[in-house]
Write a protein that binds this ligand. Structure first.
Ligand code: ATP
Length: 353
C-alpha cells in the first residue's frame, strides 16, 4: 500500500500553469524534497497536497482514499511555513499546544504534550518563555513541534530553514532528518537548495517550469540525471553535444568517444561530472581522450580544479592534488572521459522517453 499518490495534479492561475500534471508515488515514511529554481511550482504543489490550494486537475490519494476535495483541516497534516507563523504574544508552550486547545484538550493535557514535544525537538525547559525571546533556531523548533502536536499523517514544510544563517541551517537540516527518522513520519519539504535536499531526502523531486523532471534518491539524481535540466541543476557537470556516427561511437567537439548505451543514430547530450574527468599530460594517448589546453587551474586544498579548452568548449575537471599533471596555464593536456562516467541524455530541449 502506498502512502501518498499524486495523480496528474495540475494548477492553473489564468494562463499560468504553475503545476503541470504532477504524478508521484510516495511510500510511507519517506523524506521527500521538492527541489527547483524560484517559480518552478514547488510551493503550489505543496499547498495542493496540504489542501490550501484547489487543484485545477488531477487527484490526490492517501492510503487508497481520494482526498482531492477534502478540506485542509480534515487532512490531519502538520505544516510549517517559511514565516513560521508563530503567535508572538504566546509562550513556546502555548504556541505548541495551540492545535490541542482548538480541539478542546484541557490545560494539563496541553502542558504535558507541549513538554513532550519540546523534549522531542531538543528544546526542554522553554515552555514558559515568550517566543519573541527565543533565537531563530529555537523558534524553528517550536514551529516544528507545533506542527507535530496532533500526530499528523503527513508533515509538510515550505522552505523551513531559509531564514537561518548557513551554519545553523546545516545543523537544523541534520536535526530535522534525524527527527523524521525517529518518528518515521512521511515528510515533504520544499527547498531551492540542492545541498539541503541531498542532505535530507530519501526522494528528491526535481521540478522546473511546473513539471517534475525526475523523482529519485539523491545519488541517482546526481549520477543518473534524467535530462539536461537535472544534470545541470544538481551539482556541476560538463554537457557535451554529440552525434552518433557509428554503432557505439559519438562525435563530440574535439574528437570521438566510444560508449555503450548510445542510441543507433541521431543527436545526444553527454553529461560528465568534473570529478569523473581524468586529466593526463599531453601526448598520453588512449581511448576516449580528447586534447585541449589548460585555461585555468585552482588549488582548493583537498582537490585541484582544471578548466580546459577542448575545441573551443570549456571542460571542468576536478582531481586529487597528487594526481595533478605537471602543466601550466596555456599548456597542452589530454582529457579522458571514462565510458562509465558518461551519462547519455536526450538532446537539449527534448524530454526523456
Ligand atoms: P519560490 O521558490 O520563488 O517560492 P516556487 O517554485 O515555490 O517558487 P510557486 O510559488 O509555486 O513557485 O509559483 C509557481 C508559478 O505560479 C509562478 O509563476 C508564480 O508566479 C505562479 N503563481 C503562484 N501563486 C499564484 C497565484 N496565487 N496567482 C497567480 N499566479 C501564481
Amino acid at each position: 500500500m502506498s502512502a501518498l499518490v499524486l495523480d496528474g495534479l495540475t494548477k492553473r492561475y489564468g494562463s499560468v500553469v504553475a503545476v503541470h500534471g504532477a504524478s508521484l508515488r510516495i511510500p510511507h515514511g519517506q523524506f521527500v524534497c521538492l527541489l527547483g529554481p524560484s517559480g518552478c511550482g514547488k510551493t503550489t504543489l505543496l499547498r495542493m497536497i496540504a489542501g490550501l490550494e484547489d487543484p485545477s486537475g488531477g487527484r490526490l490519494v492517501i492510503d487508497d482514499k481520494d482526498i482531492t476535495e477534502a478540506p485542509a483541516h480534515l487532512r490531519e497534516f502538520g505544516m510549517v511555513f517559511q514565516s513560521l507563523a508563530l503567535f508572538p504574544h504566546l509562550t513556546a508552550g502555548e504556541n505548541i499546544a495551540y492545535p490541542l486547545r482548538i480541539r478542546g484538550a484541557n490545560k494539563a493535557e496541553q502542558r504535558k504534550r507541549a513538554e513532550e514535544l519540546l523534549e522531542l525537538v531538543r528544546l526542554p525547559g522553554v515552555a514558559d518563555r515568550p517566543v519573541s525571546k527565543l533565537s531563530g533556531g529555537q523558534r524553528q523548533r517550536v514551529a516544528i513541534a507545533r506542527a507535530l502536536a496532533l500526530k499528523p499523517k503527513l508533515f509538510l514544510l515550505d522552505e523551513p530553514l531559509s531564514a537561518l544563517d548557513a551554519k545553523l541551517r546545516e545543523a537544523m537540516q541534520i536535526e530535522l532528518k534525524q527527527l523524521q527518522q525517529r518518528l518515521g513520519i512521511t515528510t515533504i519539504v520544499v527547498t531551492h537548495d540542492q545541498r539541503e535536499a541531498m542532505t535530507m531526502a530519501d526522494l528528491v523531486v526535481v521540478m522546473s517550469q511546473g513539471r517534475i523532471h525526475q523523482a529519485a534518491p539523491p545519488m541517482e539524481v546526481y549520477r543518473q540525471p534524467a535530462d539536461a535540466f537535472v544534470a545541470d541543476f544538481i551539482g556541476l557537470t560538463n554537457l557535451l553535444d554529440g552525434e552518433v556516427t557509428a554503432p557505439g561511437a559519438v562525435a563530440v567537439p574535439g574528437g570521438q568517444l566510444h560508449l555503450p548505451n548510445l542510441p543507433p543514430s541521431g543527436r545526444v547530450l553527454l553529461s560528465v561530472r568534473p570529478e569523473e574527468v581524468i586529466v593526463h599530460p599531453a601526448g598520453n594517448d588512449g581511448p576516449n581522450r580528447l586534447t585541449g589546453r589548460l585555461s585555468f587551474m585552482r588549488d582548493l586544498g583537498a582537490s585541484v580544479e582544471f578548466r580546459i579548452d577542448v575545441a573551443g568548449r570549456e571542460i571542468v575537471a576536478v582531481s586529487r592534488p597528487q594526481d595533478r599533471p605537471p602543466v601550466e596555464p596555456g599548456g597542452p593536456l589530454s582529457v579522458e572521459f571514462p565510458p562509465a562516467a558518461c551519462v547519455v541524455l536526450p538532446p537539449m530541449g527534448e524530454r526523456p522517453q
